[in-house]
Design a protein around this ligand. Structure first.
Ligand code: PEP
Length: 253
């Protein structure tokens, strides 16, 4: 079963116009040089940079995504951005349910499923993030927590073509700590089983499950080589062209 590796950069709330465009151009040029077609590359800048970054990567295979969206198409939602708007400025993907949104904005599984469904209907692909806190891991609840998050935040219309799952242990994000490779594979294999239960075996076999949480050039190879890991969602290390490219290089099987 071939699942194309996806390496996605989540820039979070980082980047002014000049450095965002320079970063995007750097990724574009370096990725072009590799000539690789076995791997997809995605950058997810803040809303303010989407149009400029889309322009900066034009003529390459680098895709552009947003970090969140509202579920409504338009209307009285001050400060929000709809999936239709994201599609309109050339986005290919949108991340939903990142733990920073679940925590800082109190987002529930139900809300995340609504956002994902609207994004898919607008023609975007979605990356739905899940993952346990340190307390939950210590209490042996990792698989239970991830199962509940998948059952609740993956919409019924999700398929392997329009949806990617990112397993991001909350305690590994931005901390420099990661689970062991055995722990990562255990969770990814369990996630695939839950997806099979929810969306059928064909979707589960083809759906990409990314690992995220302190992925960097030094650990990317062993993580991405795991049987049920189909790429990475990368925060800090996606902000430097050299680090991001080193992770892409490490994804060569
Ligand atoms: C993230 O927030 O999606 C992430 C994986 O961050 P970092 O790589 O910095 O841990």
């Amino acid at each position: 079963m071939v699942r194309k590796t996806l390496i996605a950069g989540n820039w979070k709330m980082n980047g002014l116009l000049e450095d965002g465009v320079a970063l995007a151009k750097g990724v574009k040029e370096e990725f072009k040089k590799t000539g690789r077609r076995d791997c997809e590359v995605l950058v997810c800048p803040p809303f303010t940079l989407l149009t400029s970054v889309k322009k900066a990567v034009k003529g390459s295979r680098v895709m552009v995504g947003a970090q969140d969206c509202h579920y409504a198409e338009k209307g009285a939602h001050t400060g929000d951005v709809s999936p239709v708007m994201l599609k309109n400025v050339g986005c290919d993907y949108v991340i939903v349910g990142h733990s920073e949104r679940r925590t800082n904005h109190h987002e529930t599984n139900e809300l995340i499923a609504q956002k994902a469904a609207s994004a898919i209907k607008a023609g975007l692909k979605v990356i739905i993030c899940i993952g346990e806190t340190e307390k939950e891991r210590d209490a042996g609840q990792t698989i239970d927590v991830c199962t509940k998050q998948i059952m609740g935040s993956v919409p019924e219309i999700a398929t392997a073509q329009n949806t990617v799952i990112a397993y991001e242990p909350v305690w590994a994000i931005g901390t420099g700590r990661t689970p062991t490779t055995a722990e990562v594979e255990e969770v990814h294999a369990a996630i695939r089983k839950v997806v099979s239960k929810k969306l059928g075996r064909a979707n589960a076999n083809k759906m990409r499950i990314l690992y995220g949480g302190s992925m960097k050039p030094t650990n990317a190879k062993e993580l991405i080589a795991l049987p049920d890991v189909d790429g990475g969602l990368i925060g800090g290390a996606s902000l430097k062209v050299a680090d991001f490219m080193a992770i892409i290089a490490a994804s060569k099987q």
